[in-house]
Design a protein around this ligand. Sequence first.
Ligand SMILES: [Zn+2]
Ligand SMILES: [Zn+2]
Length: 358
Amino acid sequence: MADIPKTMKAMVLYGKDDIRFVTDKPVPVPGPGEVLVKVKACGICGTDVKIITKGMPNMPPYGRFTQGHEWAGEVVALGETVDEFKIGDRVAIEAHKGCGRCSNCIDGHYTACLNYGRVDKGHRASGMTADGGFAEYAVHHINALYKIPDNVDFVQATYVTTLGCALWAFDVSGGYVAGDAALIVGPGPIGLSLVQTAKALGMETIILAGTREERLAIGRAAGATHTVNIKEEADALGKVMAITGGRGCERTFDAAGNSESFDLCMRAATRGHVMTLVSFYKQPVTASLDYAVLNSISIRTVRGEGGNNCKRALSLMAQGQIDTSRILTHTFPLEKFAEGYDTFVNRKDGAMKVVITM
Ligand SMILES: [Zn+2]
Ligand SMILES: [Zn+2]
């Protein structure tokens, strides 16, 4: 541990829209069950934008807080009792670590931890309620740590949380989908991850709907069998029904988060089947829920990864089932975080997902 410095470079949030590059942040010390990781890469996510511009409940105080919840790196020090990992291991994290003591955690439902935000009770959401990966070093608990397969690099490994969300969405929507049809609305990083997951799980018809043609084209290259441009198509629902021979889709996923996308997902679901919400909604949604009741449409929700799906995500990536190159479009070094952030937020140069490297 001799070569670990006392201070490090990091991004620190000082206030709303005030994130700064510092060179003197103390290097964290791993507690029992934790490891210290030399961070190699950390993805910028829409949630980071929300935290930077609006803040977030339970986050560490301004002037101290380092964000970043999609990170990967190399283990450089072990906390007390850790023998599951060794120094030099290449690891990726799952942002959420449940408290391990509430009834939901005991049931294995750790992303719905009843002690969310209670650091004193053992809950951690890296880069949200505890310091994260926009730094040279970060600590994380081994419960939410995964070894990276040899053929997956650090930048690719930052994708496990996004892909883990998509896999978890299939998990909570009811599993086993080979041969079925899916509608995915919203061709952002989550939507495109859902497309690739649907393909990897053997779905036959994969319909991606959205408003931007260039992203729909990426979706087709990534495995969507059909795309629907909601802007150009006057009757998007009619189009989905025509594609599926009037049957609709056994699984629909709203990754766009507005009233129109909600309604489309609800009405395009096959009677008796499932729509899953994989998005945050900026505005309240208005929908005729009697349609869902009359047609026995179940509505499920997903927050974060859950269900140990980051492990499955890494495996699918190692098996070559997931092409991250279409989604991880840009990298910037930590010193150029501001440029990377601007590229991500303003979708410059076709940016989809921006990864910061250390
Ligand atoms: Zn994220
Ligand atoms: Zn818990």
